[in-house]
Design a protein around this ligand. Sequence first.
Ligand SMILES: Nc1ncnc2c1ncn2[C@@H]1O[C@H](COP(=O)(O)OP(=O)(O)OP(=O)(O)O)[C@@H](O)[C@H]1O
Length: 310
Amino acid sequence: MEEAVVKVEHLSHRYSVQWAIKDINFEIKQKGTLGLLGSNGAGKSTTMNIICGVLNQTEGEVYINGISLREHPVEAKKHIGFLPQKPPLYPDLTVDEYLTHCALMRLVDKRQVKAAVDKAKARCGITHFSRRLIKNLSGGYQQRVGIAQAIVHNPKFVILDEPTNGLDPNQIIEVRHLIKEIAEDHSVMLSTHILPEVQATCDTIEMIEKGRVVFSGTIGDFNNYMEPNTFIVSMTTPPSIETLSAIPGITHVEHITDTRFRMRFSSGQEITKKMIELSVANEWHLHEIILERDSLDAVFAQLSGKNILI
Ligand SMILES: Nc1ncnc2c1ncn2[C@@H]1O[C@H](COP(=O)(O)OP(=O)(O)OP(=O)(O)O)[C@@H](O)[C@H]1O
């Protein structure tokens, strides 16, 4: 079976008396991107800081490439690349000077440093800016340099904290594209509270709220988390809105046009079958019926609203 690059087991942390995270468990496989999703204060930074070895957990274990981060931090950290929310850039260094410094800090063999820097620059599309001072790069390119420092030592696992924060829409698209490319040969974890970010870049989601995992699964699972609870129906000769509202199981009906309605139902999808039968029996001439699913935002809001006491 494929060995997980990261294993998080029963991870809990309290800063003083209050638990910031409680019993977090997940694994990250060799390739692909896991999104750590949650609203502000959910516990994302605490989780990431522990996984990066910046913060010592109160309870639980983290294994990077099978190595316990608690027992062998230096060895485990060799496999981690980290882009914090504010990239640790030196604006007065050129891209080459900075990445060379990072490679040496990351214990890359001196003879391999140039090749490692060249590879990271090529991967992040910044080779043509090798001799440019970092302060003279745009925000998007500075972020690329930040990502390059996170992969310069070719770690198995790359952590990106809110990687598109503060970028303009074009830069966001470019950086998301870059993250997808990096995930082709590294396992990536990114933290965000932005749903489209997760949709655009991640394969799986761990959503935490008030320190606990409230959802764990693929993007598809997340999309399907909420059962549809409304449908849109079009009929050539519809009955009155009162007749539609009186159908058992229907809780609300609204007009979209004279012949098109949005109908909310309480439970079960048998209701669409019933609508079709009623239409045939009463000659409403139903010609379209579409189940509607709540948006991702609604799923997020529902999961965030989970009342978890710790
Ligand atoms: N150093 C600290 N001392 C005490 N409490 C803290 C500390 N850091 C975080 N917390 C608390 O722990 C909880 C989780 O915070 P954390 O920063 O991990 O959340 P987050 O999901 O990263 O939020 P954000 O997106 O706002 O950074 C919050 O209630 C926060 O107030």
